[in-house]
Design a binder for this molecule. Structure first.
Ligand code: FES
Length: 125
């Protein structure tokens, strides 16, 4: 179980070694999410069109270790973009992965760049 969590580590833009092509922008619904695989990892990608921004994070919810965050509801918590797990509504910042309910769970987040309608996620491995 712990191994599942250890698979995921937040990547800052400066640490990116590989920009992984996750698909076309049209593959991801507006103000919604999709899931892509990168090796053993499942990554949730969000097209947050209300903010004109894209975000990526682990698809694994750290609460009960379910692969569900790409189906979560995105929204805004006092200016911070967030995703709420569809199962028990734990809520995470899409900027730094912190848990906005005050629990200790945290998620890994990844940089996203868009080039000519292609979506790339930055990984350090
Ligand atoms: S599994 Fe995500 S909040 Fe419980």
């Amino acid at each position: 179980m712990d191994n599942l969590i250890q698979n995921y580590k937040t990547v800052n833009e400066a640490e990116v070694k590989n920009w992984f092509h996750a698909g076309k922008t049209s593959d991801f619904p507006e103000d919604g999410g999709g899931c892509v695989k990168y090796g053993m990892k499942q990554i949730a990608v969000f097209n947050f069109s209300r903010r004109s921004k894209w975000y990526a994070c682990q698809n694994l919810c750290p609460h009960k270790l379910e692969m569900v965050l790409s189906r979560g509801m995105i929204g805004d918590a006092k200016g911070t973009p967030k995703v709420a797990c569809p199962l028990h509504k734990k809520t995470f910042s899409l900027e730094d992965g912190s848990n906005l309910n005050g629990d200790e769970f945290k998620i890994a987040v990844y940089p996203v760049k868009i080039e000519e309608e292609n979506v790339y996620i930055g990984f350090s491995d």
